[in-house]
Design a protein around this ligand. Structure first.
Ligand code: ADP
Length: 480
């Protein structure tokens, strides 16, 4: 077991005087390591460091910032097995999946190393002979990034890589449950040779750290991924200093299957989007609408597929589904299933969970579960389950499916399966969602803009769009 310090201003600070947070393995309850329980004072130190470093980092030629990111990319690839191992231990996801996430995380670093060199300004024809108009894109300043536990590496690089590419300096507050993957990434930042203070990490009291970020005028931007509940708190807090804010919040993704879909493809897409990371994904499909004349066949095919799914420890060979993150997560899944069954749903597959070991808050597993005969009044159809549960509703018409799909406060991802090109495009356009997977259960990728409509958030990450969040626009009016 290792005691980690905080990386602030280019140094690892042990901070022995502070209390410690124990990081546990959600599969077994074993303590993997500790991180400091820091608060306002340490946050201020990190802000100071990032603020001091901003002048240096933002003045470097874009090529040099790109080179640092390229070195980091290479180091992540070299250390991918170790990163994946740490991730599986602290987060629970199967090793194979953790490896996939490390590669996904690395892809943001590579993409933004390239984009760093293409932050173009503009010149605009002026209205007068002796005037010129020049438009610059400049880094917004010190950025505070707050990340969740479900993707301990990718959410970090998806925020830090574009911020650094733009010329911003950063303080990361990783999720309390999964800071060790972030610590390993920071060791790689250090090795890649980023100037001191450019990247800093802080762990501890989330509310206190968040407040310290918000109250400080030197922090110009908050980028957050997490629950809608906390996102709303941050949005309110940001008003006092008018901070730029990006929010990636909860989802409640519909997954629509038409009778003209390739059902094998739809089943593959459904399983991938639902059971990855034990369903603990904000773009995970949460509500399944299947056209009534193919619903039985869809369920049959699903059953065949899920027969081979193995639930267990993420480091065991052949495991598809690891543990839920904690007891609360488990209880929500259980409650959603009980409520659905009490209101008339039928369990087609799974339905059971179990607790392994002695630890009170770890060792919670759940079988992949499929429910049929579901109705809109059930909890599973109203809240994000964040677990391996697939509630299925049969629908008749296209209009009915679109209405049901859009009938929510959320608007992150939606999926639809049809082999008709015109239907696919027509419905994609009508879905009130930031991301649509048309015959695709896995749309997330570094090149594309990721983000939500409605209460699912503000702003986009990924693609060239992902840089926007970290740039200000400056207009220089020149008199000749
Ligand atoms: P989740 O349900 O994924 O745990 P949260 O929104 O609770 O989502 O957590 C996401 C991140 O936000 C974590 O890093 C967490 O520590 C942090 N966080 C939680 N509460 C606050 C707060 N009041 N202010 C700032 N950050 C917070």
């Amino acid at each position: 077991m290792r005691h980690y310090g905080l990386y602030i201003n280019g140094e690892w600070l042990a901070l022995e005087n502070l209390d410690k947070i124990e990081v546990i393995n959600p599969a077994t309850g074993e303590i993997l390591g500790t991180v400091p329980k820091a608060g306002e004072q340490e946050t201020k130190m990190a802000i100071e460091a990032a603020y001091e470093a901003f002048g240096v980092w933002s003045s470097l030629p874009a090529n040099e910032r790109a080179d640092s990111l390229k070195r980091l990319h290479q180091l992540i690839l070299e250390e991918r097995e170790e990163l994946a191992r740490i991730m599986t231990l602290e987060q629970g996801k199967p090793l194979q999946e953790a490896m996939g996430e490390v590669m996904y995380a690395a892809s943001f670093v590579e993409w933004y190393a390239e984009e760093a060199k293409r932050i173009y300004g503009e010149t605009i024809p002026a209205w007068k002979e002796n005037k010129r108009i020049m438009v610059l894109r400049q880094p917004v300043g010190v950025v505070a990034a707050i990340t969740p536990w479900n993707f301990p590496a990718a959410m970090v690089t998806r925020k830090l890589a574009p911020a650094l590419a733009a010329g911003c300096t950063v303080i990361l507050k990783p999720a309390t449950q999964t800071p060790l993957t972030a610590m390993k990434l920071f060791a790689l930042f250090e090795k890649a040779g980023f100037p001191k203070g450019t990247v800093n990490i802080i762990t501890g009291y989330a509310g206190e750290i968040g407040k310290a970020f918000m109250e400080d005028l030197r922090v110009r931007k908050i980028t957050f991924t997490g629950s809608t509940e906390v996102g709303k708190i941050l949005m309110k807090q940001s008003a006092d200093t008018v901070k730029r804010i990006s929010l990636e919040l909860g989802g409640h993704a519909p997954f629509i299957v038409f009778d003209d879909a390739d059902l094998d493809k739809a089943v593959e897409g459904a399983a991938a989007s639902k059971f990855r990371n034990c369903g603990q994904v904000c773009v995970a499909s949460n509500r399944f609408y299947v056209q009534e004349n193919v619903v039985e066949m869809f369920i049959e095919k699903l059953k065949n597929k899920l027969k081979h799914y193995k639930v267990g420890y993420g480091w065991e060979e052949g495991v598809h589904i690891g543990p839920l993150i904690d007891k609360k997560g488990y209880q929500k899944v259980e409650q959603h299933i009980q409520d659905a069954v009490a209101k008339g749903a039928k369990i087609e597959v799974g339905g059971k969970g179990y607790h392994r070991g002695e630890a009170e808050d770890a060792g919670y597993f759940f079988e992949p579960t499929v429910l049929s005969g579901v109705t809109e009044d059930m909890l599973v159809m109203q809240e994000e389950t964040f677990g391996p549960v697939m509630p299925i509703i049969a629908f008749r018409t296209e209009e009915e499916a679109i209405r049901a799909a859009n009938n929510t406060r959320y608007g992150l991802a939606a999926y639809l399966f049809t082999e008709s090109l015109s239907r696919g495009i027509r419905i994609s356009e009508k879905l009130e969602y930031g991301i649509v997977g048309l015959n695709d259960g896995m749309p997330s990728t570094a090149q594309a803009p990721f983000g939500g409509f409605k209460e699912s958030g503000l702003g986009r990450e990924g693609g060239h769009h992902g840089l926007e969040a970290f740039l200000e626009t400056k207009y220089i009016s020149i008199g000749l």
